[in-house]
Design a binder for this molecule. Structure first.
Ligand SMILES: Cc1cc2nc3c(=O)[nH]c(=O)nc-3n(C[C@H](O)[C@H](O)[C@H](O)COP(=O)(O)OP(=O)(O)OC[C@H]3O[C@@H](n4cnc5c(N)ncnc54)[C@H](O)[C@@H]3O)c2cc1C
Length: 455
């Protein structure tokens, strides 16, 4: 194998495969480096659920055959006391439940079919930087140990972000991510003795007691099979998610506690706004490495694939123009931020609010209609929350001294709107970026302050 490529992609997850496929389809010579053996790429801790709309948006064939385990109509969100259940369904709530291993294999195959050269069982160690540009990546593996050179590089290595961590400095480029913006999640695949009562909906249980800063989920993967797990905000003092998961099912879902475990594993997932700047000289960052996950439900498969396609297109364009500096790759930032990124950023503001609420606040908010099912669907599809709180409810809350919760909600909804339009105006000109970034930081400082205030 000749070790010089137009594009070198690290990580053959959904983000990396879509990047590599798009670029190779456009005629580039692409190398895809993956630490795992090709057939096991998809094996990772995941809820395995992905919205149907992502496939429509990307133009990707729906999963079928062994890739597809089940389909869900929507999701039911259960309040901490179990008294209120929101039924979220409709276009944006339909989801496929994947066999991740088979789905991973399909994405790798689609990339290989376009001419991508795969180096599996090969680990990228670090980028080599010359004159503030990434020019190569040092790798080690069964078949090859050494340096792979390229004209441009994509970090799609998930939370490990092996290239991002040592990337050349460019304006506002973040090499590290704060722990408060990560979730530590544990998930199990289980098979029940009997059949599930409700197989058409996924269930999300809100519970700060068991899952501080996160939630518990239960997704049917058939009439007897489930994908179930729990995530906690990865900050000091929060419980081990595996222990919390076991406690939760023993206390609340005994039929799941009795079910046979087929697989159990944990992983981190970033749940913040996208990295403020996702390009450096000779580098684009895609998927979890760029924090492109939905901050509310933690779904990152759709955005990683969307961003992968966009990264591939950006590389084609930049190489044609002969400019792979961060300025030459800037279009990737602009298109991602103005599209999915604007929704993601506004949902990050909502995440900060949710993480600050107690179980009591959540019970109140859901049972008294401070937030409705429609609000939740709108938030998840458009990143907007429009509160329709009646005078009667306001009067009641005032009388019991809970008005501050409404104020917090209202301020959050207003800030989400501001953040969304701020991202939709992401600057096309990199020279205007630092002033955009100053305003971004101010807006998120504001969100943090709202979160810190007692409800
Ligand atoms: C418990 C849990 C539940 C989740 N549930 C859902 C869900 O239900 N729906 C959803 O949409 N999302 C879910 N997510 C998030 C989703 O899994 C990720 O957002 C998605 O996989 C991101 O894709 P990616 O391509 O960026 O990274 P990954 O899928 O993580 O792929 C990165 C690849 O890079 C490889 N790699 C890493 N380091 C190196 C290296 N140094 N050299 C070579 N290769 C390397 C890895 O082996 C891996 O194959 C969940 C995450 C967790 C942890």
């Amino acid at each position: 194998m000749e070790h010089f490529f137009d594009l070198v992609v690290v990580g053959a997850g959904p983000g990396g495969c879509l990047t590599a496929k798009t670029a190779a389809k456009g005629g580039l010579k692409v190398c895809l480096i993956e630490a795992k053996p090709a057939e096991y790429v998809g094996l990772k801790a995941c809820g395995d659920a992905v919205g149907k709309h992502h496939f429509d948006n990307i133009g990707l064939r729906y999963p079928e055959g062994p890739e597809l385990c089940w389909e869900l109509r929507g999701v039911k969100i259960v309040s901490p006391d179990g008294e209120t259940v929101f039924n979220v369904e409709g276009m944006g709530a339909k989801a496929f439940l994947l066999d991740r291993k088979e789905f991973g294999k399909r994405l790798v195959k689609e990339a290989l079919d376009t001419g991508v050269e795969l180096m599996d069982e090969t680990t990228a160690i670090e980028p080599l930087v010359e004159d503030s540009h990434i020019t190569a990546v040092r790798v080690t593996g069964k078949r090859f140990r050494g340096t792979i050179r390229g004209r441009v590089f994509v970090d799609a290595s998930g939370v490990s972000a092996v290239l991002r961590r040592k990337a050349p400095e460019t304006p506002g480029f973040e090499r590290t991510v704060a722990r408060r913006d990560l979730e530590l999640a544990y998930r199990e695949l289980r098979v029940l003795e009997g059949e599930l009562e409700d197989v058409e909906y996924g269930y999300i249980y809100l519970t700060q007691r068991y899952a501080p800063g996160g939630y518990f989920w239960l997704f049917p993967k058939g009439v007897r099979n489930v994908n179930t797990g729990l995530g906690v905000q990865a900050v000091e003092g929060n419980p081990n998610p595996q222990i919390s998961f076991t406690k939760f099912i023993e206390d609340r879902l005994p039929h799941i506690a009795k079910a046979k475990v087929l697989d159990g594993r944990g992983a981190y997932v970033p749940t913040r706004r996208p990295l403020d700047n996702m390009v450096s000289n000779g580098l684009l960052v895609v998927g979890d490495a760029a924090c492109q996950v939905n901050p509310i439900h933690g779904g990152g498969l759709g955005p990683a694939m969307t961003a992968g396609k966009l990264a591939g297109e950006t590389v084609l364009d930049a190489l044609e123009r002969g400019d792979v500096s961060y300025r030459g790759l800037w279009r990737y930032n602009v298109e991602y931020m103005r599209g999915y990124g604007s929704k993601q950023a506004s949902l990050d503001v909502f995440r900060m609010l949710l993480q600050s609420l107690s179980d009591d606040d959540l019970n109140y908010g859901m049972s008294r209609g401070l937030i409705s099912e429609g609000d939740v669907l709108k938030a998840s599809m458009q990143g907007e929350v429009k509160l329709t709180i009646t005078e009667k409810v306001l009067k009641f809350l005032r009388s019991i001294g809970r008005l501050s919760l409404v104020v917090k909600l209202k301020e959050t909804a207003a800030l989400m709107k501001l953040v969304k339009s701020h991202y939709q105006a992401f600057p096309e000109n990199p020279d205007e970026y630092l002033s955009w970034l100053r305003e971004t930081r101010r807006l998120f400082e504001e969100a943090r302050k709202i979160g810190l205030r007692k409800a």
